[in-house]
Design a protein around this ligand. Structure first.
Ligand code: PXG
Length: 434
């Protein structure tokens, strides 16, 4: 097989093609390589395979749907599946968040949420609210809006001239003083005050549409919000009429033991973006859950006509919706959100069992998301993390390098024995890594 033609996303193509790592199939918690080796999926692949791989119910739903209605548009035409899925999602969403707009990916969900926020304010006669507030080290996908509000510098550097200019960033919540915190760190809630003390006065609230954060910044390095921080953000946004968007592309669908992080933290955002786990990764699907209050001005607009000039050809795609409904069935029948909640303590022990091993400078966790951070090698940041990833793979465990951290995010069907394998292997690798 020639490897030249496929330009791989977010990959060191030259390094990969010199030493490819391929998978041939997958089942439940494991990949199988072309050589027949089993590899434990310690990251739900890309933080998405929450129900595990190739679950029969999901596979069958996709198969049946492809044979009966392969595609139908949602543009002034309809088919039952997105309505049914939206109803199911609304039932899981925080109270008062009953409207669902579908996209194909998390990046599209983020850009959609930003547009909903601006359009909402305009419909209410507050058309000056056009600015967005993001946060350093938060990841909101790769489209222009999401990249602009995002705070991962490597993803922004090459596109500096194309970034939106109506965006400010709050500081990230990571601090060395919080190293080895179990769950939410104690220090740092005051970082939210920056919104109140610096950013709002700088621009005036009447010009700010929305604040967007990922409740746990996952691909930015697994940064767990300090206790009280998200609550403060909510209070400040409410006081100034600014919409709060939770980007739950990773934290949604049981990852933190509740359907959404919003419920886990007991905070009501105005919009929630989702993707990934809604189909357990089996078919691309994303979307935005919108509060009834944000939705209402769209339906109250005078004059009739299209209320929101936005949508994707594949918004509400039948295969994606069929996969989504089946995935929610699996979550419900197998009580996977509960399993996530019940397993979180054991997972925490596993993450923190890595403390004290060579080069380990931090262990972090919340729900079934965790990371071990390694000291960077002098002059080559990221290299030690990448090598740890490669060595884990060779030993049959997949965990993802994020700089010099290794991130963990197992499917919610995980059992203790899988976590033992995950953290046992990582520990073995860290003991031998220079
Ligand atoms: N928001 C968040 C919080 C995400 O994690 C997106 C938006 C964008 O979703 P799509 O479906 O457009 O990729 C994500 C995606 C990594 C990694 O390195 C993480 C993501 C994507 C690619 C790589 O961990 N998360």
């Amino acid at each position: 097989m020639k490897l030249d033609n496929y330009w791989m996303p977010f990959t060191d193509n030259r390094r990969f093609k010199a030493r490819p790592r391929l998978v041939a199939s997958a089942k439940d918690m494991y990949y199988v390589t072309p050589e027949g080796k089993q590899v434990l999926d310690g990251l739900a692949t890309l933080w998405c395979v929450n129900a595990g791989h190739c679950r029969p119910r999901i596979v069958e739903a996709i198969r049946a749907q492809a044979g009966s209605l392969d595609f139908a548009s949602s543009f002034s035409l309809g088919h039952p599946l997105p309505f049914r899925l939206a109803e199911r999602i609304a039932a899981l969403a925080p109270r008062g968040m009953g409207r669902v707009f579908f996209t194909t990916s998390g990046s599209e969900a983020v850009d959609t949420a930003l547009k909903i926020a601006v359009a909402h304010h305009r419909l209410r006669g507050e058309g000056t609210r056009t600015r967005f507030i993001g946060r350093e080290r938060s990841y909101h996908g790769v489209n222009i809006g999401g990249m602009s509000v995002g705070g991962v510098s490597s993803n922004r550097k090459a596109y500096a001239g194309t970034l939106l200019t109506n965006v400010d960033h709050m500081r990230h919540t990571h601090s060395e003083g919080n190293a080895f915190s179990k769950g939410q760190p104690a220090q740092g809630a005051d970082l939210a005050e920056e919104l109140e003390s610096r950013i709002v006065p700088l621009h005036d609230a009447s010009n700010i549409a929305a604040v967007i954060v990922d409740p746990v910044a996952a691909s930015g390095g697994v940064l767990v919000p300090p206790r009280g921080y998200l609550e403060r953000l909510r209070e400040i946004c409410t006081r100034h009429g600014i919409l709060l968007i939770f980007d739950e592309v990773i934290t949604g669908w049981g990852r933190l033991g509740a359907p959404f992080a919003a419920q886990r933290f007991g905070i009501a955002p105005d919009l929630i973006t989702f993707a990934k786990g809604i189909t357990s990764g089996a078919v691309p699907l994303g979307g935005v859950i919108v509060s009834d209050a944000v939705y209402e001005p769209f339906m109250a607009a005078q004059g009739g006509g299209i209320e929101f000039f936005h949508g994707y050809t594949y918004s509400g795609h039948p295969l994606a919706c069929a996969a989504g409904i089946a995935t929610l069935d699996v979550y419900e029948e197998e009580k996977l959100f509960e399993n996530s909640r019940n397993l979180a303590g054991y997972f925490e022990q596993g993450v923190h069992s890595l403390k004290g091993l060579p080069n380990v400078i931090d262990c972090r966790n919340l729900g079934l998301i965790g990371a071990v951070e390694l000291a960077p090698r002098r002059g080559s940041p990221g290299e030690r993390g990448y090598e740890a990833f490669e060595k884990c793979w060779d030993k049959g465990v997949y965990a993802r390098p994020v700089g010099d951290a290794l991130a963990f995010c197992p499917p919610l069907i995980a059992e203790k024995k899988h976590l033992d394998q995950l953290f046992g292997t990582v520990a073995d690798v860290l003991r031998t890594l220079t």
